[in-house]
Design a protein around this ligand. Structure first.
Ligand code: GLP
Length: 259
C-alpha cells in the first residue's frame, strides 16, 4: 500500500485530482470508479474547475459508481445518482452514454446487481477506483463482516452508517438496504485510490493500513491489492504507528525515489 500523508484536506484533494487527471490523460479508454460521501465533494469541485480551465477532460471516460440505496430512484435528491449529477456529471464533459449507475429502484435488485457486475466486466474492468472509508472501516457499502470475496450485491446497512447518512434523507429514514460493489469487485480494479481526511477516520485508517486482515474491517482487503494508494491528511494519519516509515518513503507525500 502506498501511504501518502499530506498536511491538510485541500492538499489531499489536489493530489487525488492530479492522480485522476494523469490517468485520464494516459489511458485511451479510461474506466473510472466513482465514490460518494463528504470526502469526495471537494475533489469533484476541483475536477469541475480543472475541466472548466481546459486542463482535463472526461470525454473518453466510462464510469461506474460504488453503490446506491435500494428503493431510491435516481430522481430522489438523496440518491447517489443525484449526488453525482450535482457534484460532477452536470458540470463536466462526460458522455451520458458512458455513465453507469445502479438503479436503486430496480424491481429486482439482485438482478440489477448482477447486471452491473456484468457491465463492469464487459468494459474490461475498472482502471482507477476512487474510495472513501466509513468510520467502521467499510468501503462502498461493504459493512463489517462482508465477504472479502464478495461481488456486487445487496447489503443491509448498519445503524451507524444509517445515522451517518441521515442528514441527506431527513426527516425520512435512511433506507435499510443498499446495492454495492463487492470487495472482490473493488480489488479487481487495476488501481485503488482511497482518500481519508479528518480525525473521525483516524482509527479506521490505522486498522486498514496496519491492522490484521479481516472482514470486521472491510477496508483491510486493500492490503491484498497490488496497487493501492491511500492519501491522508495529518488528522486521518494521526494514529498510524509506522507513520515515520511512511514519511521516510514518501516525504511530504512525494513519490518514492530509489537510489
Ligand atoms: C458512505 C459511502 C462510502 C463512503 C463513506 C464515507 O457510506 N457508501 O462510499 O466512503 O460513506 O463517507 P464520508 O466521505 O462522507 O465520510
Amino acid at each position: 500500500m502506498k501511504v501518502l500523508i499530506l498536511p491538510d484536506a485541500p492538499a489531499v484533494t489536489r493530489r487525488a485530482a492530479s492522480i485522476i487527471a494523469d490517468y485520464l490523460a494516459r489511458d485511451a479508454s479510461p474506466v473510472l470508479g466513482f465514490a460518494t460521501g463528504e470526502t469526495m465533494r471537494p475533489l469533484y469541485a476541483r475536477l469541475v474547475a480543472l475541466c472548466a480551465e481546459g486542463k482535463m477532460s472526461f470525454g473518453r471516460t466510462t464510469s461506474f459508481n460504488l453503490d446506491e440505496y435500494v428503493g431510491v430512484p435516481a430522481a430522489h435528491p438523496a440518491s447517489f445518482a443525484a449526488y453525482m449529477r450535482a457534484n460532477l456529471f452536470d458540470h463536466v464533459d462526460m458522455d451520458p452514454a458512458r455513465i453507469n449507475l445502479m438503479a436503486g429502484d430496480a424491481p429486482d435488485p439482485e438482478a440489477e446487481a448482477a447486471r452491473y457486475e456484468a457491465a463492469i466486466t464487459a468494459v474490461g474492468g475498472i482502471g482507477l477506483q476512487l474510495l472513501g472509508i466509513g468510520q467502521n472501516g467499510h468501503i462502498a457499502f461493504n459493512e463489517p463482516t462482508s465477504s472479502l470475496a464478495s461481488r456486487t450485491r445487496i447489503k443491509t446497512l448498519t445503524e451507524a452508517t444509517r445515522r451517518a447518512n441521515a442528514p441527506a434523507f431527513a426527516p425520512d429514514p435512511v433506507p435499510r438496504f443498499a446495492l454495492t460493489l463487492g470487495i472482490a469487485t473493488i480489488l479487481a480494479a487495476r488501481h485503488c485510490l482511497l482518500l481519508a481526511t479528518g480525525p473521525s477516520k483516524a482509527e479506521a485508517v490505522t486498522r486498514m493500513i496496519e491492522g490484521p486482515l479481516g472482514a470486521d474491517c472491510p477496508a483491510t482487503a486493500l492490503q491484498l491489492h497490488p496497487k493501492a494508494t491511500v492519501v491522508l491528511d495529518e488528522a486521518a494519519a494521526s494514529r498510524l504507528r509506522l507513520r515515520d516509515y511512511y514519511e521516510t518513503v514518501h516525504p511530504a507525500g512525494a513519490e518514492q525515489r530509489v537510489g
